[in-house]
Design a protein around this ligand. Sequence first.
Ligand code: AMP
Length: 286
Amino acid sequence: MKIVETIAEVREQVKQWKKEGLTVALVPTMGYLHEGHRSLMERARKENDRVVVSVFVNPTQFGPNEDLASYPRDLEHDAALCDSVGVDLIFHPAPEEMYPKGFCSFVDMDVLTKELCGLSRPVHFRGVCTVVSKLFHIVTPDRAYFGEKDAQQLAVIKRMVLDLNLDIEIVGCPIVREADGLAKSSRNTYLSPEERKAALVLSRSIFAGKKLAESGETDAHKLVQAMTDIISAEPLARIDYVKVVDLLTMQQIDKLDRPFLAAIAVYIGKTRLIDNFMVQAGGAGA
Ligand code: AMP
């Protein structure tokens, strides 16, 4: 496995692979890798000849008061995990490699990015679309792998690929959870032991919401209320949002009569965590 820091080195390697007729996968990450990331890499490993993992804490997707400086980093650990999965190349650029002096072009999106996380993180998806576009142009993968953990991001990337006619297959992978239900996240490391216990309220509300939807509930507002009640009972939790949206457009819906996403963002102390569940086909009870 190679670790490279420049765009030129990635291009050179990928060019060689393509000459040999090999398929290339990309798994974009911000590093501090865990089992959630591993599941994406394993799927990519199975479905492609070569796997590239990018490890880059992308400054443009963080707002001014967010955790860019404190975001956890550990390249040695990341490299060991990638190596154990059989990753071929890690791309670990410095911020200046991706955003040289004078950089001023961005990829922006309407509609889907104006809901959910886009409301509390106004520059976030512009940063995500920009960096993912750049990575797509640098790596030119056949397939790219994203987690359903970041369901809005997955919907946004799928829309971007469609709108900009990118010839890349986007593969969504299920949420990987801790044994007690908490969705794995690099940000879980911020939680104190007491907050870690309190954070279980997220998955509890997700599991209860899913059960309610599966039992045949058709009123989106009742679903939101039931999930909100569970989170509100935890004193360390502060709700950013609890919403049910159309799976394709990310716009709020009243009835569970189409594929939908139930998504939550909750502060546990100072740490903002997200979780969700999706119902793909036929709406509730399907
Ligand atoms: P991040 O490093 O947080 O930007 O995540 C990189 C990719 O891993 C994204 O596509 C995430 O959705 C995905 N991911 C992060 N956590 C999980 C998880 N618990 N289960 C599945 N995918 C995940």
